[in-house]
Write a protein that binds this ligand. Structure first.
Ligand code: ATP
Ligand code: MG
Length: 437
């Protein structure tokens, strides 16, 4: 029988790497809490129509990357449903905002999520078919201030803080404005005209995009096309006064908070719902998949999926790419998962029960304890302990009777007799020689 493996584009995350995933998620939760965001968890699958309408039929995601299936009716009265594994989470959050009438509160909704997303892409480094995003959305009725450029700047400042606290060095924030829907329509026409004389020299994708959605030409990565694309008119020249003022206010607030950024005139993003501010944080260490996160303002999205006017701004960061970046940065430094404080080695199976009681006591006092087995020879206990813990605690018949335990510290080599009442305090003290554990 052939062995079963994880499906192409999916993978298992194992310790010690999962310790890094947990660290990233708890840092993110702690930063979001400080900015007064609450967590939202939406279903992993949704009605296909949500993404078709919300993300846009013309996008790569909807046109070729979604996992969609017909969910068979269970009863005569029911119809088949077309369902889709979520390829992104913004549409789901906005659907929930509408469904639960969160706008009725009149308050700005600040929501974050952490979870898996699914896209049928060609798997490669930093690109998977199941991947995890950490994202957030700020959305509300216009009266809640949801259109304010200060919200854009605050989200960007929060991201800079989050990346800094995660320890990611050397990120670059690219920002641009794609204007209102009307600005974009105007720019698309300008582009169409400018492309007409040169598009014949460009790649096949660009020839198609020049007809279907000229804006997408700016995303082209084909080297031979770059000089032609750089010479195209810039979207900044097609923005109306309101959009220009909005963008200027965003950058002024970023300047004031000393958040570094670069204006990237070609940043238009792949989803149909973006308006005004769009942004990406990139990192050089990631190779071709260099975007750590992307996001932007989506003032018309709620209406596109049948909701009230609810301007908003959000982002999604690729957690897998954060992990890759941090793994590369951490190479050779501290281990991802620290060793346990102590390993309890019962001398003989008759001491196993007493060892469990000791382990329970120490663990309840907050120590990280690995419990050995009295069936092991002492040599095997020492070898196992050395791999998993900083110290070994010997529990023999004598120790049990006298209440004095023998502890050996692996980094100092010191062996110490410790009374049971002092054991927790003793084990939790870090090694005195400052050895690189
Ligand atoms: P890319 O240009 O890399 O395809 P994208 O524009 O499709 O990214 P978004 O839809 O904006 O990406 O998603 C936000 C972030 O999610 C990306 O910046 C990236 O870090 C991450 N991401 C997107 N697709 C994948 C994937 N298939 N595997 C891993 N991470 C992904
Ligand atoms: Mg993509």
């Amino acid at each position: 029988m052939s062995t079963l493996k994880a499906v192409r584009g999916t993978r298992d995350l194992l310790p010690p790497e999962t310790a890094l995933w947990n660290r990233i998620e708890s840092t993110a939760r702690s930063v979001f809490a400080r900015y007064n965001f609450g967590e939202i968890r939406t279903p992993v699958f949704e009605d296909t129509a949500l993404f078709a309408r919300g993300v846009g039929e013309e996008t790569d995601i909807v046109s070729k990357e979604m996992y969609t299936w017909e969910d068979r009716a269970r009863a005569q009265s029911e119809k088949n449903l077309s369902l889709t594994l979520r390829p992104e989470n913004t549409a789901g959050v906005v659907r929930a905002y509408i469904e639960h009438q969160l706008g009725e509160t009149g308050q700005l909704q600040k929501l974050y999520y952490i979870g898996p997303q699914f896209r049928r892409e060609r798997p490669q480094k930093g690109r998977y078919r199941q991947f995890s995003q950490i994202g957030a959305e700020v959305i509300g009725p216009p009266s809640s201030g949801s259109e304010s450029p200060l919200r854009d700047a605050e989200v960007l400042e929060m991201l800079a803080t989050l990346l800094d606290e995660l320890g990611i060095t050397g990120w670059t924030l690219h920002i641009n404005s794609v204007g209102s829907a009307a600005d974009r329509a105007r720019y698309n026409e300008t582009l169409r005209a400018a492309l007409a004389p040169v598009v014949g020299q460009m790649c096949e994708d660009c020839q198609r995009r020049a007809v279907t959605n000229p804006l997408r030409v700016l995303d082209c990565k084909v080297p031979a096309d770059q000089h032609l694309i750089d010479a195209l008119p810039k979207i900044s020249d097609s923005l109306d006064e309101e959009s220009q003022k909005h963008f200027a206010a965003v950058t002024a607030a970023l300047d004031s908070a000393a958040v570094p950024y670069t204006r990237n005139h070609r940043l238009v993003r792949g989803l149909d719902y973006y308006t005004r501010t769009t942004f990406e944080f990139t990192h050089g260490g990631l190779g071709a998949q260099n975007a750590l996160l992307g996001g932007g303002r989506y003032d018309g999205l709620s209406e596109m999926i049948g909701g009230p006017k609810a301007p908003g701004i959000g982002f999604a960061m690729g957690e897998d790419r954060l992990v890759l970046t941090l793994l590369a940065q951490l190479e050779g430094s501290a281990p991802l998962q620290p060793k346990a404080d102590g390993y309890i080695a019962p001398l003989g199976e008759s001491l196993n029960a007493a060892a469990l009681a000791l382990a329970r006591d120490l663990r309840r006092q907050g120590l990280w304890i690995e419990l050995g087995d009295g069936a092991f020879r002492l040599k095997k206990s020492f070898e196992t302990a050395d791999k998993t813990a900083r110290q070994i605690v010997i529990l023999g018949e004598d120790e049990l009777q006298s209440g004095i335990l023998t502890v050996k510290n692996f980094s100092t080599g010191l062996q110490t007799k410790v009374p049971r009442q002092e054991l927790a305090a003793f084990l939790s003290t870090p090694p005195s020689d400052g050895a690189s554990e």
